[in-house]
Design a protein around this ligand. Sequence first.
Ligand SMILES: [Zn+2]
Length: 167
Amino acid sequence: MLDDLQHCTRARYEICIDPTASRNLFERPDNDGFGTITWNPQLRSELEDGCGSDPAGHVMRDPVASLLHEIVHAAHDCAGLDAGEYELEAVRVENIYRRAAGLCPRHGYGDDRLPLEPTKGCAPARCDCSAAGASTAQRMPRPAAVPHRAADSQATPDEIGGADPAR
Ligand SMILES: [Zn+2]
């Protein structure tokens, strides 16, 4: 993904570190051909309630996970895709890192939920998948994933663009 971005012929992407930014965001390239990722490496605010199977946990922003999320948007943009239509894909890639780093995985983006099937209820201190059949704890059923429409990128909390205020 990073190689694709480095050799992207469609646009160039800059990562701008902004310790005052209240959220990380990706801005599509303007006419100058430069897209911008605004990244606050100190931002560790809450994204969601619940951590894996622990409803009392919290999904917190993580600097690396956040940067990865925005880089996925840039990669989509470079591929000619509307990055706003692929928020759940950015979350899915972000979750690969989150799981590897022992962080709580995100459940979705705004009101859009990741499909339940590939989501295991793992948290750093408790994991449904470690003891086969031992855990009978049932999670509350989540609503089925809602098809993501392009217009949602304006209506939901969104890192793309930059005009709307912090969540
Ligand atoms: Zn995003």
